[in-house]
Design a protein around this ligand. Sequence first.
Ligand SMILES: NC(=O)c1ccc[n+]([C@@H]2O[C@H](COP(=O)([O-])OP(=O)(O)OC[C@H]3O[C@@H](n4cnc5c(N)ncnc54)[C@H](OP(=O)(O)O)[C@@H]3O)[C@@H](O)[C@H]2O)c1
Length: 282
Amino acid sequence: MQPKQIALVTGTTSGIGMLTVVELAKQGCIVFAGMRDLSKKSDLEELAITQNVQEYIDYVLLDVTNDDFIKQTIAYIIERYGRIDILVNNAGVSIGGFSEETLEEDWRLSMETNFFGTLKVTRAVQPYMRKARSGQIINISSISGRFGFPAHGPYTASKFAINGFSESLRLEMLPFGVYVVLIEPGAFKTNIWSKNVENMKLRTKENSPYEKFLTNILHFTDKLVTGASDPRKLASKIARITQIRQPKLRYTLGKGSFIAVLGKAIVPWKWLEKAIVQQMRK
Ligand SMILES: NC(=O)c1ccc[n+]([C@@H]2O[C@H](COP(=O)([O-])OP(=O)(O)OC[C@H]3O[C@@H](n4cnc5c(N)ncnc54)[C@H](OP(=O)(O)O)[C@@H]3O)[C@@H](O)[C@H]2O)c1
């Protein structure tokens, strides 16, 4: 029998991370579910019970911005199993707002969590995968890692950074049999959208020169979220990707994402920006 795979997923209190833990467990992996606040584990615990996979899941305290937690968590997993086969860098925050009106702390929080969090956890796991000459590092980026939508600067910058890092790392790790994979989701129905919109509203005060754009962007976001894809499908796809022997670098998944990437590749940027600015000004 194949030995069970050992997986670590970050940011698992809700959404895509939580669902991915369960999908990996359903495949028979032993999954370490990282969360920065273990008192928030009840949703995942309940889901695991309904799916009958609770025995495959271990909960670990992991704030991806905290070096000590990262070190302790990796050491704990290595001590128990001697390896990590799958790392899913999922933890993320979505900080929206118009660049002029956002605070430097918005950009720092976004970069610290989304980019440096991914970087730090990866670098902590990397030596074990390299020595084992196998493994998968799955970085949950976004369509915002390919396309800079207005009022999404801090989030976009962090996801572009993840994409650049992942491309370089993929080439560095391939000679060691380790595959780095980018997941580029479009819109999926999770809590992240409300947090993103919250910051946009907070930063754009009444009578701001961006007020009208904000109204239109909020209207667009509302429609986008209503029609957003089911995150369970994404989680199940991520779990299936971990079983591919030689996965691709990029998986662009969910509503709108493929069109956005294709549009950017074939439609002249001049036309794209005209269409977007028209929508903002309506
Ligand atoms: N939903 C979408 O449409 C969409 C589209 C593209 C990409 N994504 C990406 O998918 C990933 C998951 O997002 P989601 O949609 O599932 O949103 P979510 O439900 O808000 O999940 C985000 C998770 O990240 C955790 N997190 C935030 N900061 C953390 C930190 N410093 N350390 C550890 N965990 C932290 C959150 O924990 P707390 O509960 O403690 O805050 C939560 O568990 C993100 O990277 C996001 O950018 C989502």
